[in-house]
Structures are given as C-alpha cells and as structure tokens.
Write a protein that binds this ligand. Structure first.
Ligand code: ASP
Length: 349
C-alpha cells in the first residue's frame, strides 16, 4: 500500500511539474475577422469583431497542451478602425505584461486590414525580448474551413518557444512566421495573403512545429529609442497617393490641416509630379517633414535617384512601403523634425 501511495504521489508530482513547465501566454484580443461572424458558413459578407476572447480561446481546446493561456479584451473592432487610442493601450499593456516574470509571451489577435501597421508599430515600441506574435484570419469564425483556430494554435506555439526570443514582433498566419517589419497584406481575399516580399519570412510553423530560417534584419523592440509609456497621442502624418497628373492641392490641404509629416505613395522609385514637388516645397517651408515612398509593393525607394532629396530636404523611405513609412515617421517626429536625423531612422529601422 505504501509503495502504491508513493507511486501515486510521484505521478501527481511529475504531472504538476509538467504543467508548470508550460509557458504562460496572454492572448490580447483586438477584434478583426478572426472574431467575426456571419449568418451562414458559406457567405462572404460578415461583421468583424463580434466574438470575445474567451470564445476564441475555447474554440481551440488543444491550446492547453502547449501553454497556460489567459485572455484579455483590448478592443473588439474591425482593424479598419484601428486607432492611436487602441495602439497605445495595446503597447502599454504588452509592456506591462512582459515585465512580469510569470508571463512568457503575448499573442495579439487582430484584423488583417491594418495588421502590417500594428505589427511594425509594436516592433518599434515593445520593450522586451520576449515574443510578441500577432495573428488573424481571413475567414470569420463561423465560416466553413475557418482559418483562425489553427492560426491561434500556431501563434501560441511560437509565442511560447524559447527560440522566438529576440526576434522582434512577429506575425504568424497560414503556417508562416513573418517579421512585423516586413509583413504586408497582398490579397484582398486569399488565405495566403501575408507575405514578406523583400526579404522572405522568418520561418514556418506547422501544427506547432517551428522552423526558423532567418533573424529580423533591422533593430527592433528593446533596442529602439521609442517609448510610449507616457504618451497619449501621436503626431498626425498623412499618406498622399501620387498618380498620373496628380495635382498638389491635397498635399497643401494636409499641411493646412495640421499634418506634421507627409508620406508620399509615389510612382516607381518614389517619383512625384512637378505639381506635387511644388506642394511639397510648401510643406517644407512650413516645417513639415516629407518622406518619399512608393506605391510599388517591393524594392527600395532610394535617395537622390531622379530627385535631389538633399536640396529639397526630403527623406527617402528606403525599404518601407507607405503604411510602414508613416508608422516610423510618427515615432521619429516625437524625437526630432530634422530630415537628416529622420533619414538615419529609416536607415536603422
Ligand atoms: N476588415 C477586417 C479587419 O481588418 C478584415 C480581416 O480581419 O480580415 O478587421
């Protein structure tokens, strides 16, 4: 009997030690299609941000085998309505949680529309080497073959893995692990929508099995000088589309409405119509920082290619597409409005 009892205690002890060894992951839900619902499971129309974080977690009971998961609702919105208020709340909560010894990693569920911006923002303002992983879905939670549950499972696996430490903020979707800096939504409807067109993904994750093949290419998270702890707003930066015969009046309007920075979604290597160049000179005369980017999805927008950036006082976005160039400019403007210093940020981040 004694022997049987001690065997029982050993089994209970080993079982408990195993449960304790599982990583503690907090899921912060913000909304999106992953929390969306539709009236039938075969329709394309639906409403984002309907389902709460507990329902998302309970839909994936397999999570308890790989992590101790808890959830918090940060917002429940379609990410087309992502805002500075939610960004700052999310970033501050992530930093608070990651400072705790009993939190090993964070998963953020998010809509796909602005995920490339949120991921890059967090990549610049999270102050920890612990993993932060964003995930999403293209199909609402009620759809046939919903892609959310496996994405959540894979995201928790990546957030709970020691090899994920120090890789910056990541996006896990459709079996791929992307750097938050590189990832871009490339299809309006396909499940295989997120890509890292310039440098490729950081790795893959299949039913929780992770294969990293790369490290982030630029400085991120705890190594950056950006800190949102005491911040309640971000400077206004507008993105202006450039196209055949584009006039300059929208640029002038942005300046007159109080923009502190303008990012141009330019042609080819960030080119601009003459009318837009004149309007951007007006912007410079008012102290507004001008960053040239490109509507072309991949490649580098370089300095002084067909335009004299040095003489015009413009900044080149280099590898950053307009949506990401805008994120960096908003943070850079918190430190300086000197275009030479801001160009250094684009070289570095
Ligand atoms: N509009 C949705 C959102 O960004 C789309 C999605 O999540 O796929 O929240």
């Amino acid at each position: 009997m004694k022997k049987l009892l001690s065997f029982f205690f050993i089994v209970v002890f080993v079982f408990n030690v195993d449960a304790q060894k599982l990583p503690n992951i907090v899921i912060l839900a913000t909304g999106g299609t992953i929390a969306g619902s539709a009236e039938t499971n075969v329709q394309s129309g639906y409403t984002s941000g309907q389902v709460g974080v507990e329902i998302l977690i309970n839909a994936v009971p397999q999570l308890k085998d790989i992590a101790n998961v808890t959830g918090e609702q940060i917002s429940n919105i379609g990410s087309q309505n992502m805002s500075d208020v939610v960004w700052l709340k999310l970033a501050k909560r992530i930093n608070e949680l990651l400072a705790q010894d009993d939190v090993d990693g964070i998963v953020v569920t998010h809509g796909t529309d602005t995920m490339e911006e949120t991921a890059y923002f967090l990549n610049l303002v999270v102050k920890s080497k612990k993993p932060v992983v964003l995930t999403c879905s293209m199909r609402p939670s009620t759809a046939l073959s919903a892609d959310g549950p496996l994405n959540i499972y894979n995201a928790v696996a990546v957030a709970g893995n020691k090899d994920s430490w120090g890789r910056g903020v990541m996006v896990v979707t459709n079996d791929r692990i992307h750097s938050g800096r590189e990832v871009v939504k490339t299809s309006t409807t396909a499940v295989e929508t997120f890509m890292s067109p310039l440098v490729g993904s950081l790795g893959t994750v299949n039913y929780g099995t992770i294969n990293f093949v790369d490290l982030p290419h630029k400085v991120n998270t705890s190594e950056t000088e950006f800190n949102v702890d005491n911040l309640s707003s971000l400077p206004r930066v507008d993105v202006i589309a450039i196209y055949e015969d584009a006039p300059g009046d929208l640029i002038k309007a942005a300046v007159d409405l109080g923009a502190k920075g303008i990012v141009t979604s330019g042609l080819g290597n960030g080119n601009l119509t003459d009318a837009c160049i004149e309007a951007l000179k007006y912007a410079r005369s008012k102290g507004v920082v001008v960053v040239r980017s490109s509507r072309v999805l991949t490649g580098t927008t370089g300095r002084n290619i067909e335009l004299d950036d040095d003489a015009l006082g413009f900044v080149a976005s280099l590898e950053l597409i307009p949506s990401k160039a805008r994120v960096l400019l908003r943070l850079a403007l918190l430190q300086t409005s000197d275009p030479v210093k801001i160009q250094e940020y684009y070289n570095k981040y």
